[in-house]
Ligand binder design. Structure first.
Ligand code: CTP
Ligand code: MG
Length: 556
């Protein structure tokens, strides 16, 4: 029943790259985690397992000093506990995963409804409870503060300090990955949030499921990112298909609406109201029903997550699975994406509010494209993954062929042995010089192709080929991205790393995670240390030619 320390796992068999393994790292020296190679679980298997686990799970608000053993003893009278952990979120909470679903019902049977003295309560019995001592005076010496599992990552300045311990950029990137990636506990909490919303959805639609997608499940989520969830009625459709055989035909009488969009809006509207009116801890509900993809946004206070609920978006789930495959194939993939996402956030290239900037999703796709373009490639193209697909991998959604292999063991490991040091620097160089004016990124083919229209940044949606996933990005934001990429390549290539290590100055990845305007040590060193006018003018000319190239590249 031990909660254990902070797990470094994202999904079963998640890459672990502890300090001992943080060598100078290329593929050969990357965390030689056997789990990465032996793991065979498909995306669907992991999802199914996690969703089922979440249905056996409850969340209990506790007092800050409690007797862990007694709490577990009390709960064990309702059934075996598989795992548990504590975390802080407006008070101490315990997540308890029973081994049987019936234990939850058994617990719900004995839990009392709060007395409605000041407030009237809505009699919806959820899986959220409060645990208090009947007699608080009876505190004993056994009551010790419990271990709290962190649910947020450390601030960037603390991270930069930690990066000093590394001996290469690769190891810095794995340190960042370990600090930022979702923990086993955080993933459990995310699936629980979905499962709690599902309890409400099932009050209306007993066959529905609420599943997470996006960065919570695609292996690229960082602690603190939103939970994207969708309501799935897929199982009901499968059931309907099974009933077709035989001489008779029976069908349900159902409400008919003019469009799928209208149905989606109606469903989301009532579930949004239901969460708003009856959902314990569901606050700040916003219905955004006129968006291209209608959704309900809300904050789920008991788990501390910001949630986006939409109705089954099969294509978005396919892209989550595609990224899951890419993130699982090679340990360098996630280390590179996490580092670049962090870099982009520090320099204001991405933002948590939607706008004309590059999204994390687009940036991740840019990294995937870059990795497809390496020689030899680090990850396969989508067309190659499609060739490996078998009958059960077939998915035609809205007329688009979204098939690709789900079994990871069918994909040959890459022969590429480049280090993350090289990859990081080359990423900046590659996109610092990319002809965005003319070319677009096509991950299906792993090729640059002529832009079909004039959006500044064009990344083909891998599944809906007529959509650009980065349509929102405007010219100034793209220019800023290119300028930052060039500046970063410049820093990595020119910095005197050994000297900076000796001086205890930020180097490598750490130097890239300080806003460039403020990282005057870097700027000063460029002129001061080297000193001479020659270097100074060289730098100026480099900057000038960069500026004109930049305009050419991004098409001004
Ligand atoms: N998505 C998509 N096309 C887009 C934007 C999003 O298909 N133009 C899908 C992707 O599957 C994406 C998911 O919707 O992963 C969720 O979108 P979003 O929350 O914007 O991205 P995340 O990948 O979840 O990244 P973040 O950590 O920033 O939330
Ligand atoms: Mg998201």
């Amino acid at each position: 029943l031990r909660a254990g320390g902070r797990a470094l796992r994202l999904l079963p068999g998640r890459l672990r790259a502890p300090a001992a393994r943080l060598g100078s790292g290329g593929a050969a020296e990357a965390p030689e985690d056997a789990e990465v190679n032996t793991r065979k679980k498909t995306f669907t298997e992991v999802q199914t397992e996690r969703l089922e686990q979440a249905e056996r799970t409850v969340l209990i608000k506790c007092q800050s000093r409690l007797n862990e053993k007694k709490l577990l003893q009390y709960l064990s009278s309702h059934g075996k506990i598989n795992s548990h952990f504590f975390f802080e979120n407006r008070g101490i909470h315990a997540l308890i995963e029973f081994s049987e679903k019936s234990s939850v019902a058994s617990l719900q049977d004995v839990v009392r409804i709060p007395k409605a003295v000041e407030h009237h309560v809505i009699p919806f019995k959820s899986r959220l409870f409060t645990f208090t001592l009947k007699n608080p005076v009876a505190k004993t010496a056994e009551e010790t503060p419990v271990h709290l599992s962190p649910q947020a990552h450390i601030p960037v300045n603390e991270l930069i300090q930690k990066l000093h311990q590394a001996d290469s950029i690769s190891s810095q990137m794995y340190i960042l990955l370990n600090e930022y990636q979702l923990t086993e506990e955080n993933i459990k909490l995310r699936f629980l949030a979905c499962s709690l919303v599902q309890d409400f959805a099932r009050a209306y639609f007993p066959d529905s499921t609420v599943k997470p997608f996006g960065s919570s499940v695609n292996t690229f989520g960082k602690l603190g990112c939103d939970v994207d969830m969708f309501l799935d009625f897929h199982d009901t459709q499968e059931h309907a298909a099974k009933m077709k055989k035989g001489p008779f035909e029976m069908e349900y009488q159902m409400k008919r609406l003019a469009s799928e969009r209208l149905a989606t809006q109606k469903i989301l509207s009532v579930i949004g109201d239901c969460l708003d009116n009856f959902g314990p801890g569901c606050v700040s509900i916003q219905k955004i029903l006129n968006a291209r993809c209608p959704l309900v946004k809300f904050a789920h206070q008991p788990t501390g997550f910001q949630c986006d609920l939409s109705v089954s978006n099969s294509i978005a789930i396919r892209s989550s699975e595609l990224l899951y495959i890419y993130g699982t194939l090679d340990p360098r993939v996630r280390a590179l994406v996490f580092s670049l996402r962090c870099w982009a956030r520090v320099h204001g290239l991405t933002n948590s509010i939607p706008g004309t900037w590059i999204t994390n999703f687009s940036l991740t796709m840019m990294v995937m494209f870059f990795l497809q373009k390496r020689s030899p490639p680090i990850i396969p193209t989508l067309d190659q993954l499609k060739e490996l697909a078998d009958e059960k991998d077939k998915h035609i959604i809205g007329g688009y062929d979204c098939s690709f292999v789900s079994d990871l063991s069918k994909i040959n490991p890459t022969k590429n042995t480049e280090t993350l040091d090289e990859l990081l620097c080359d990423f900046f160089e590659y996109f610092g010089n990319f002809d965005f004016r003319k070319n677009s990124l096509n991950l299906r083919r792993g090729k640059e192709v002529n832009k079909p229209e004039s959006s500044p940044l064009y990344i083909w949606n891998p599944f809906e080929q007529d959509l650009n996933i980065s349509k929102n990005v405007n010219q100034p934001q793209l220019e800023k991205f290119v300028a930052m990429a060039r500046e970063s390549a410049w820093i990595l290539q020119k910095e005197d790393r050994t000297q900076r290590m000796i001086n205890k100055e930020p180097w490598g990845l750490a130097a890239l995670l300080i806003p460039f305007g403020k990282s005057n040590t870097n700027k000063m060193r460029r002129t001061k240390g080297m000193g001479s006018e020659t270097i100074r003018s060289l730098l100026d000319s480099l900057k000038l030619s960069n500026a004109s190239n930049l305009q050419k590249a991004v098409g001004k």
